[in-house]
Design a protein around this ligand. Structure first.
Ligand code: IMP
Length: 427
């Protein structure tokens, strides 16, 4: 199997960093295909913790080709900071390449993100304020500036100047905010241009060549299915396509090249930011899960809202991504919670529905329907096979497979690389 897409099956924060890291050992190429520095992937190497925002997690293995694809929006300030941080810790970043077609995040995208959030008042989306939405708006409005433009300075200036006139007017007249200075941005970005120039490449060609040569390629999704612009809980979504189809568009490969799509599923559900969340656990029980699972945002530090495993969401994820397998994460966090609950459907206007509703208004009215299952007390962090898991734990995994129709291939029983049960090899 040569091409595997890894997607978040819930609202992001499923523990994709750990699974990517596990798969990157066997992959030769790792590609990010959407999102930007709103993502935060935590990877443990031994006792050392790495938090990555833009650089594909594969960078932690020497010799991997790591690509930032055309579908990513790149904040060069954060990228340079991340590269410096990795170098300081002795990680070789020579294998990184950035698509010349990827769009740049400019300072005004971050300013607009914050100003628009403030302006929304009670209707805030709860964005990471990293400029993601405004950068994708510019991309679709065809006023974006791309990474490749850093290589042609007169063109960069020519594109930036009219954008700034429009943005400054918008900031002053609508949001009552100060504007941005052209020369200051040019100065700052000239530095990034010098630094990033050797890394800019046609990453679509590189990934297709790798596939032609039979090399193993991992497409590393950020965020998750319910944050997808079309398939998620719109408008409480991000502005890109984290679902599997996004990998083709955002990496520049055809759908016929993809062999497997793995959904990363956390053993319970979490969400950051606003919006409906039917299986949410409020009060002390939710707080306990947050503490046990260390559920605080990697990028923003915000506490995550916690809830029970919701298989309505997972059936939706299985469908829209064409999942061929599941990587189940953080199963150890559920140890000691008894009984456990699994959401199997929603009660909506007097009837039980099995499908995830498209309308946010409908979702807001949905009541979760739960199945209670026994929990387990045993520490499972040392288990390395299904047989070593307590019976109740194995039943939980089996029930997840039955309710989603997707087989579980990997189970994470702790944050470290070795704390993984392989049910079926993915590469
Ligand atoms: P944005 O992507 O910063 O525009 O934020 C839009 C929504 O996506 C907000 O609810 C964020 O909390 C959420 N979001 C963005 N990136 C992530 C992520 O990596 N994990 C979880 N939620 C995210």
């Amino acid at each position: 199997m040569a091409a595997v897409v890894l997607v978040g099956a819930q609202w992001g924060d499923e523990g994709k960093g750990k699974i990517t890291d596990y798969l990157a050992e066997k992959a030769q190429v790792v590609v990010r295909y959407q999102g930007g520095s709103n993502a935060g992937h935590t990877v443990m190497v031994g006792e050392e913790e790495f938090k990555l925002h833009l650089v594909p997690s594969g960078i932690l293995y020497p010799g991997r080709l790591c690509l930032i694809g055309n579908g990513v929006v790149v904040d060069p300030a954060i990228l340079v900071q991340e590269l410096d941080g990795l170098a300081e810790r002795g990680i070789d970043t020579a294998g990184l390449r950035i698509s010349s077609r990827a769009h740049l995040i400019l300072p005004y995208h971050k300013g607009l993100d914050a100003a628009q959030e403030e302006h929304r008042g009670a209707a805030q989306i709860g964005t990471t304020r990293r400029g993601i939405g405004p950068a994708y708006v510019d991309k679709t409005a065809r006023t974006g500036i791309r990474v490749g433009d850093l290589l042609d300075w007169p063109v960069f200036r020519e594109k930036l100047a009219p954008n700034l006139i429009a943005v400054n007017e918008l900031l002053a007249k609508i949001y009552d905010q100060p504007g941005y200075d052209l020369e200051a941005i040019l100065d700052e970005y000239a530095g990034y241009a010098r630094r990033l120039e050797p890394l800019i490449a046609d990453t679509g060609r590189l990934v297709n060549e790798a596939l032609n040569d039979g090399r193993r390629v991992l497409f590393e999704g950020a965020q998750g299915t319910l944050l997808d612009l079309d398939q998620g809980t719109y408008p409480f979504v991000t502005s890109s396509y984290p679902t599997a189809g996004g990998a083709c568009i955002g990496a520049g490969v055809g759908p016929t090249r993809i062999d497997k799509v793995i959904g990363v599923v956390k053993a319970y559900t979490t969400r950051v930011g606003a919006g409906p969340f039917p299986a949410e656990i409020t009060g002390a029980a939710g707080d306990l899960l947050r503490e046990q699972g260390r559920e605080y945002g990697t990028t923003t530090g915000r506490p995550r809202r916690c809830g029970w495993l919701d298989t309505v969401i997972l059936r939706h994820a299985a469908q829209v991504n064409g999942l061929t397998g599941i990587a189940l994460t953080k199963l150890d966090v559920l140890t000691g919670i008894n009984p456990l609950r699994i959401c199997t459907g929603y009660r909506y206007r007097g009837s039980i529905i099995q499908d995830f509703p498209a309308s946010l208004e409908a979702l807001q009215q949905c009541e979760p329907v739960y199945e209670e299952v026994p929990g387990w007390q045993e520490d499972i962090t040392a288990a390395r096979s299904l047989a070593e898991l307590p019976g109740a734990c194995r039943s939980y995994v089996r029930r997840l497979e039955e309710l989603t129709g997707v087989p579980v291939h990997l189970i994470a029983v702790g944050p470290r690389r070795d704390q993984t049960i392989v049910v079926e090899e993915i590469f």
